[in-house]
Design a protein around this ligand. Structure first.
Ligand SMILES: OC[C@@H]1[C@@H](O)[C@H](O)[C@@H](O)c2[nH]c(CCc3ccccc3)c[n+]21
Length: 438
């Protein structure tokens, strides 16, 4: 049985959350609307018709939540800052919003929990969306100013920063499939948004080097293990191409200063415009990649689809999200990332949505314990294979607003009763507590 002491001494175990998914207080103390506030209030966008107005009420309950993290024995906590809470119009400061994050950071430090901050986890100030949002190249300057302000405000106490959470999701789910805010369905917009997201990332890293000299900064991507869904050679080709679009497209430019060749041609015909010195900014050196790993993606050759491929369902056991449980993919991707980019890595998200039910005041989420155990084992295997893996953040600390699924998907190791806001440690939290002292 795997033990915490099998991991390197300074390896950090933590949990991850995001502002819009847990804070609530959506219109309180001067916070401005984000694109997710508007999207979640737009009929038909959220499967359950719910929104993040209250969520887990973390804005008011953060002391209790930090106490629970301490009780479990977490080393670290990854959370995001709501840009429109600190800058309601995307530019001018709302001191009450800033004060909340100062209080949260101080509470974490008082409990010996290391804060890891994500600057952007999808909740763009709506005021900036009205100026074009990620489609307007000026967004990089707004993001740089926001990042610089936060580095100055919290950089004396917070030494680990992530610029963006999953630019692939922000651009392709937000601007191509339309499943996420702002709900556009335009491939050209998705490509432009992705480029501006990466430019914004690069500008924030440049500022960080001036403002927080003893800190580390990285980029978190969703990392999908893309495999062929059948044995046709064309499907192997399709899988390798999809891997370029979803994985390499958001890693290569940050390290090599160039987009993957095979994909550039496709995108240049669809509106990608790279200006002079964009790639130099995007490839400003970072200290680590954050890896959000959940499952594999199966792809088959498909001429009926204009892009030449389609996704297929695999036959492995699945979580409540319909995602296959595939721990081997975590090992494979950690090794792939290490060999290609030679950067330290953090698993910034891994976890599962389960059919969590309260029975006699307990949640017997044995399936989540097994899921975490298997993925912990693969992470350790990767470390022993030479991957410089520095930490592992479970998604998530507590059940929360699961974007287009509303509150119907529970990822937490802590159960949230949304009627009473009562927090109940699931069996997986007790298992983790024991693991962390093993
Ligand atoms: O869905 C669970 C979590 C979200 O709650 C987080 O906010 C977000 O960072 C996050 N990203 C992913 C992976 C996204 C993804 C999976 C499979 C296919 C496409 C995208 C899963 N999650």
């Amino acid at each position: 049985m795997i033990k915490r002491s099998d991991f390197p001494k300074n390896f950090v175990f933590g949990t991850a959350t995001a502002a819009y998914q847990i804070e609530g207080a959506a219109n309180e103390d001067g916070k401005g609307p984000s694109i997710w506030d508007i999207f979640s209030h737009t009929p038909g966008k959220i499967m359950t018709g719910e929104n993040g107005d209250v969520a887990c009420d973390h804005y008011h309950r953060f002391k209790e939540d930090v106490q629970l993290m301490k009780e479990i024995g977490l080393d670290a906590y990854r959370f995001s800052i709501s840009w429109p809470r600190v800058m309601p119009d995307g530019k001018n400061i709302n001191q009450k919003g800033v004060d909340f994050y100062n209080r949260l950071v101080d509470e974490l430090l008082e409990h010996d929990i290391t804060p890891f901050i994500t600057l952007y986890h999808w909740d763009l100030p709506y005021a900036l969306y009205e100026k074009g949002g990620w489609l307007n190249s000026d967004i990089a300057m707004y993001f740089r100013a926001y990042a610089t302000f936060m580095f100055n405000e919290l950089g004396d106490r917070v030494k680990h920063w992530i610029t963006l959470n999953e630019p692939w999701c922000s651009s392709f789910l937000g601007y191509f499939t339309g499943e996420h805010a702002p709900g556009h369905k335009n491939l050209q917009e998705a490509i432009v948004a992705a480029h501006n997201l990466l430019r914004s990332h690069g500008h924030a890293v440049q500022s960080f080097r001036e403002e927080v000299k003893d800190g580390t900064i990285g980029l978190t991507n969703v990392v999908m293990k893309v495999e062929p869904g059948d044995s046709r050679p064309e499907s192997f080709l399709a899988a390798s191409l999809v891997d370029k679009f979803v994985n390499a497209w958001f890693h290569d430019p940050v390290v090599f200063g160039k987009y993957p060749e095979e994909a550039v041609k496709v995108y240049q015909e669809r509106g990608l415009q790279v200006m002079e010195n964009d790639m130099d900014i995007i490839s400003t050196p970072i200290d680590f990649f954050g890896v959000n790993y959940y499952t594999r993606t199966l792809v088959v050759f498909d001429t009926t689809n204009p892009l030449g491929f389609s996704y297929v369902q695999g036959d492995l056991p699945k979580t409540e999200m319909g995602w296959e449980i595939y721990p081997q993919g975590l090992f494979d991707m950690l090794v792939t990332l290490k060999e290609r980019y030679r950067l330290p890595l953090y698993i910034t998200e891994n976890g599962m949505a389960g059919p969590d039910k309260i029975e006699n005041g307990k949640v017997k989420d044995t399936y989540r314990i097994e899921y975490l155990e298997k993925h912990f084992e693969k992470a350790l295997e990767a470390i022993n294979a030479g991957v410089n893996l520095k930490g592992y953040f479970i998604w998530s600390l507590m059940d929360n607003f699961e974007w287009a699924y509303g509150y119907s998907k529970r990822f937490g190791i802590i159960y949230v009763d949304y009627n009473t806001q009562k927090r109940i440690l699931k069996d997986s939290a007790y298992w983790l507590k024991d693991f962390l002292i093993s």
